[in-house]
Design a protein around this ligand. Sequence first.
Ligand code: ADP
Ligand code: MG
Length: 257
Amino acid sequence: MRTFPPVDRKALEAGLKRLKLRCLRETLDELNELALEEEPSYLDFIAYIVDQEVKAREETQRQKRLQAARFPFLRTLDGFDFRFQTSVRRQTILDLAHLDFIKRRENVVLLGPPGVGKTHLAVALGIEAVNAGFSVIFNTVHDLVDRLYKALADDTVTAAMNRILRHDLIILDELGYLELDTTGSDLLYQLVAKAYEKRSLIVTSNLDFGEWGELFDKPSTAAAVLDRLLHYAHVISLRGDSYRVRHRLAPPHAEGG
Ligand code: ADP
Ligand code: MG
């Protein structure tokens, strides 16, 4: 029997399907033409198609992570105007974008009034993390507490919490727009405590730390949250005018801020 019988196209495609080599299956004819045209060595050709397949698969995974992160909008660092927002140094944000803070399980806290770019920067760093292969989840504090509240009702709070905590980077947006009752305070504290030294958080808030006491049911809970959150944290205080007002943009999502 010959080692290389003439190709059976159907069998080849079935084999590629079985091996889940989708990129190769979908670009067979192009690859064939490319090889005829450029006449690479056999090994170079194999290396090329393996590389194409790996890249395609990585892109699929990236897209999946991007979807799973549930960002409210897709804004990037490239789209952030550091000439408008001068209270943060470009270098500081670009340093964070190297993502060592995620490897070190450190946190980022973005403070400032509405419209100064807190959510934009949180999302942009989140997208950098997704691109680098980290899993990310974006939540407003309101949605998160809501979800945990519901989980509490059907006794699945541990599972709900673990679903959040399995991500490398957890973004908690808009802390401060909602006052938390005892249960809400406790749920949020538990999450921050469980993430401590294990996961990275990006928290955005319109309140200064001094005002967090009023947000939680009691000052001691606020202190406990701050203690965990700030032990390893990069705190960035944004100031200035609202970009939204200045540029008359529609609010990106209903809760504003
Ligand atoms: P915050 O979360 O601080 O309330 P956002 O990040 O939601 O503000 O910003 C409001 C809107 O303005 C968003 O559409 C955001 O992309 C845009 N924006 C804010 N600051 C800048 C900036 N410096 N450069 C570009 N766009 C910005
Ligand atoms: Mg915001």
